[in-house]
Design a protein around this ligand. Sequence first.
Ligand SMILES: Nc1ncnc2c1ncn2[C@@H]1O[C@H](COP(=O)(O)OP(=O)(O)OP(=O)(O)O)[C@@H](O)[C@H]1O
Ligand SMILES: [Mg+2]
Length: 465
Amino acid sequence: MSLNFSSFRNAVSPRKAPEPVPVPEPEIVVGLDIGTTKICAVVGRRNEHNKVDILGMGSAVSQGVNRGTVANIELTVQSIKQAVAEASARSGVDIRVVNVGIAGQHIRSHQQRNMMTRQNRETEISKADVNRLLEEMYRVPQQAGYEIIHVLPQDYTVDGEKDITNPVGMSGITLEGMFHMITGSVGAIMNIKRCVELSGLLINGLTLEPLASAEAVLSKDEKDAGVVLVDIGGGTTDIAIFHQNIIRHTAVIPLGGNIITQDIREGCSVLFDQAEALKVRFGSALAHESMANEVVSIPGIRGRDPKEISLLTLANIINARVKEIIQHVQYEIRSSGYEKRLSAGIVLTGGGARLKNIKHLFSLMTGMEACVGDSNGHLSQAPDLIKSPVYATVCGLVLTSLAKLENEGASSNGQGNQRSGGSGESGGDSGPSPVREGLLERLLTVLPGFFMDPELGSKNSPHRG
Ligand SMILES: Nc1ncnc2c1ncn2[C@@H]1O[C@H](COP(=O)(O)OP(=O)(O)OP(=O)(O)O)[C@@H](O)[C@H]1O
Ligand SMILES: [Mg+2]
């Protein structure tokens, strides 16, 4: 006789009202964006309307990061600690575990195929078959000094039939998968992990920054229709191209807002901070002759005469560099092979997206519709500043962390971030343990359920650190 839960309850306590099932506390997650100009931490959790409430954020000026890559561990650790302490104080959450963003010019991506021959056409293709294809990709040797960050399934081919998004349940002998592989320099990844670890934190995920930004600002419809996400940061411009809800192409261009500021500094012979202020307050990606009559006066250094800078000169300097950045973006769009299938156009994020007229220049040069993205669609309770394109990456890191948890079944308490005054049970209080590394740990994160598949005969369940 099968014993179900309700009959068991009645047999033990026939008169007592059933105990209320405890509603699990929503998981609290933290995104940490180690950017070239700012390092920020954001604490969030899913609310009952399936949106995300931001509980608090902290930000610090980034001094140890160069074009998205850690160049000075000590300075980076200082800024991480400052940003995390501020986010912790504002949210009342004792931050221990973070989802960290990764970018930088060391990031590479390529497409790779994997194929398996199944024994029997009679049995359906199982989730385990699909997972096995994915798992094998993590073992594919990479170029010396590079390691895999993400393996993102694209589509499958079953017995020669192409463009299958989910082959589970189909019958077939040969199963072939196409994967988007994202790799990064072992040294650069290790430096990020070291900085986070030295800041007293554990990493529960490393997410490519343009994927995080895309998560924050794009809708499912846009990703389905075909869209290019362009995050223009201080040091790099990151790209992610989606079509039919699948990531098709990623790239990191080692040019961002800082190089525009440097051009202004040199072109106008002013200090870097003055050049930055000129760009933010008076800059424009498009130049018009009418600007020739408008000038800004910049105080001279140590008593020297003030400098008069024409807005036309300023716009011409900016325009030249932004055009160069857009040409790189165009090259990436073309090499993705999806140039003609991106009907949702271009969505801009990052601080650079705030440059006046930048979306117009993108539209003019690419012939595609361009707009500036924000996280309004995904966030609920959050200050407007956090929803702005500048914080798209860090908000996306919160969203990807939540999505991962939800995929895995939020029953695990692996996040370990605690409200202050909590019991201190999860996350451990003996200080941070080493950051999880290696294939097995990665598989446990990427393939929840894989090790529980009865077909594999293993009882190991994924355990989150
Ligand atoms: N209003 C504005 N107009 C023009 N540029 C702006 C404006 N606001 C911010 N920026 C530029 O945005 C850049 C910083 O963007 P962001 O905060 O996204 O970079 P980051 O995440 O620190 O860097 P990265 O992602 O490259 O590592 C700076 O170059 C800054 O000058
Ligand atoms: Mg950034």
